[in-house]
Design a protein. Structure first.
Length: 98
């Protein structure tokens, strides 16, 4: 069994998943891939959607596993990303200095 590359996963997401999410003004990004488990975060309108878990299972996991059967699970990561927290802190600091 060959090792899956980040680019292989990105290609599947770009061609098979993102067009569907874009219809709902959303996107997906890879948080981590290790031990045959893919962790993703939904962004845009999909990030806070009540159907986010279903989207992950029915759209993302099914397409990824169809093309890359070595991936055993796709997990939705929720919460605020470190990047978003850093941006918010920078904005708050900027406003304090004005």
């Amino acid at each position: 069994m060959s090792k899956i590359t980040f680019q292989e996963i990105e290609t599947i997401l770009e061609n098979e998943v993102r067009p569907t999410l874009a219809e709902h003004h959303g996107d997906v990004c890879i948080v981590d891939y290790s031990n045959n488990v893919l962790r993703v975060r939904l962004t845009g309108q999909c990030s806070g959607c009540p159907s986010a878990l279903s989207t992950t299972e029915e759209i993302i996991a099914s397409k990824v596993k169809e093309h890359l059967p070595q991936i055993k699970d796709v997990i939705l990561v929720t919460g605020v990303s470190d990047d978003l927290l850093a941006q918010a802190k920078a904005l708050m600091n900027h406003k304090k200095n004005i």
